[in-house]
Ligand binder design. Structure first.
Ligand code: ARG
Length: 465
């Protein structure tokens, strides 16, 4: 080990004549939050050292010393033995300084041919790539749970709404598959974003590239990147890949938030369509009867901060001249919090969705309320030769009668119905029932139970592939 004092000297201290102001040191430091990148920082450094040795900038012995030293630093961090130092500013300089403490002068050679600017851009991409893969798995788990529930509830009838007013009967399975489709698009956006995350900036150095004979293709290969980036200035400066991820996240959260809103409504005494298991709810400290749907509420609430992070990053980027600026240090906290929030919300949902229990009788009663088969009666009249506008008028009158009498269309007698139109026959009751109504919508994308089951089968295939 070399002299401890060495580590407290700034690696960039050469041209400075006074120490950094104590507040400025804390103000400019990122180590408090970027230490979470330690694993990816070390992985990147090992690949960089391996490449430097392959092109002859380091000897094999130096490379081995560096790799072993980095492994020891990593072990220290993971064992909680690492003292992070604010005066060493960030994760990169902390690790490099500790490496030099351990292996001496060779540690100082690691930074040859790179800069913290391309190093940090590489670290974030490696970090985000890993987190994207975790998020993709969790999203798939939620999707699989939705498909199981949709299959179970393929024949369950509920009211479908527009304007939150009863519109037409739908199957609960069909409704759940609408949520599934939104998540499919979210998953596609995530994978598309991953393609642009998985490009390696390392080698851009500070901004202009480096004079050493580096082999960027080799480093990219070692780190599992699809390729090295094309332009050094762009590589160190843009954070569009993080913005894209946050944009994916904002849309996903917006979808989960809408889903949450429905779960909250449905668990209310007024709707009473579903039951959430107690383990996903909490009580009230004052009202003993309460069982609150906290998980959906909180997911709905957390959507605000994720949307906010997207706006933070867009705003962070918009005024920056090329190339790297310290502004970019501010990319991390919004990105990290977005990752954490999305992972938490997806886990809660993936655990909770399979445990949703439909109160099928309540759903059916609600579907019958509100004249949900009125459109079916109009369609019936059209099939019997009545023009649609006239059919609409006839059914409107029948509904007005039903409202006055507090009776659904299906509860009227044939004589009452023929009073509105003489083309109506006994077969009208086939379409006025809830089951007749949903079964009649038997086409791709329709609400019929058969279609729901077929859609689940197709979706399972896609999810597996
Ligand atoms: N902590 C910095 C960041 O997060 C690392 C890069 C610093 N580069 C520099 N030239 N000061 O962006």
């Amino acid at each position: 080990m070399t002299d401890q004092n060495k580590t407290s000297e700034k690696p960039w201290g050469g041209r400075f004549s006074e120490p950094t102001d104590a507040f400025v040191e804390r103000f400019t430091a990122s180590v408090g939050f970027d230490q979470r990148l330690y694993h990816h920082d070390i992985t990147g450094s090992i690949a960089h050292a391996t490449m430097l040795a392959a092109v002859g900038v380091l000897t094999n012995e130096e490379k081995t010393q560096i790799i072993e030293g980095l492994a020891a630093v990593k072990a220290d961090i993971e064992a909680g033995r690492f003292q992070w130092s604010v005066s060493l500013e960030d994760v990169h300089m902390n690790i490099e300084a500790r490496l030099t403490d351990r292996i001496g002068i060779t540690g100082k050679k690691l930074h040859t041919g790179r800069s913290r600017n391309d190093q940090v851009a590489t670290d974030i991409r490696l970090y985000l790539r890993d987190e994207i893969d975790v998020i993709a798995d969790e999203l798939a788990r939620l999707q699989a749970g939705l498909l199981d529930l949709a299959e179970r509830e393929a024949g369950t009838i509920m009211p479908g709404f527009t304007h939150l007013q009863t519109a037409q009967p739908v199957t609960f399975g069909h409704h759940l598959l609408a949520w599934y489709e939104m998540l499919v698009r979210d998953g596609e956006r995530l994978q598309d974003c991953r393609k642009r995350v998985n490009i390696m900036p390392l080698g851009a150095a500070a901004l202009a590239g480096t004079t050493y004979p580096i082999d960027r293709a080799m480093t990219a290969r070692l780190l599992g990147f699809d390729r090295a980036s094309e332009n050094s200035l762009d590589s160190v400066s843009d954070r569009d890949f993080a913005i894209e991820f946050c944009s994916f996240a904002a849309l996903l959260m917006t979808h989960l938030s809408r889903f949450s809103e429905e779960l909250v409504l449905w668990t209310s005494a007024q709707f009473d369509f579903i039951d959430l298991p107690d383990r996903f709810c909490t009580g009230s400290s004052i009202m003993p009867q309460k069982k609150n749907p906290d998980v959906p509420e909180l997911v709905r609430g957390k959507t605000g901060r994720v949307n906010g992070h997207l706006v933070s990053l867009l705003t962070l980027m918009k005024g920056q001249p090329l190339a790297y600026n310290k502004d970019n240090q501010e990319d991390k906290e919004p990105l990290f919090d977005t990752v954490d929030t999305v992972k938490g919300c997806l886990k809660a949902y993936a655990d909770m969705v399979p445990a949703i229990r439909a109160k099928t009788e309540n759903m059916r009663i609600a579907a019958k309320r509100g004249f949900s088969t009125a459109t079916d009666l109009a369609d019936y009249l059209v099939k019997k030769g009545v023009a649609f506008r006239d059919a609409h008028e006839i059914v409107g009158k029948a509904v007005a009668f039903g409202v006055a009498e507090s009776r659904d269309l299906s509860d009227m007698t044939l004589a009452e119905l023929t009073g509105f139109s003489d083309v109506i026959g006994e077969d009208v009751f086939d379409v006025l029932t809830l089951d007749g109504s949903v079964q009649a919508r038997n086409h791709l994308g329709g609400t019929a139970p058969r279609q729901v089951r077929a859609a689940v089968a197709r979706a399972r295939n896609n999810l597996a592939g």
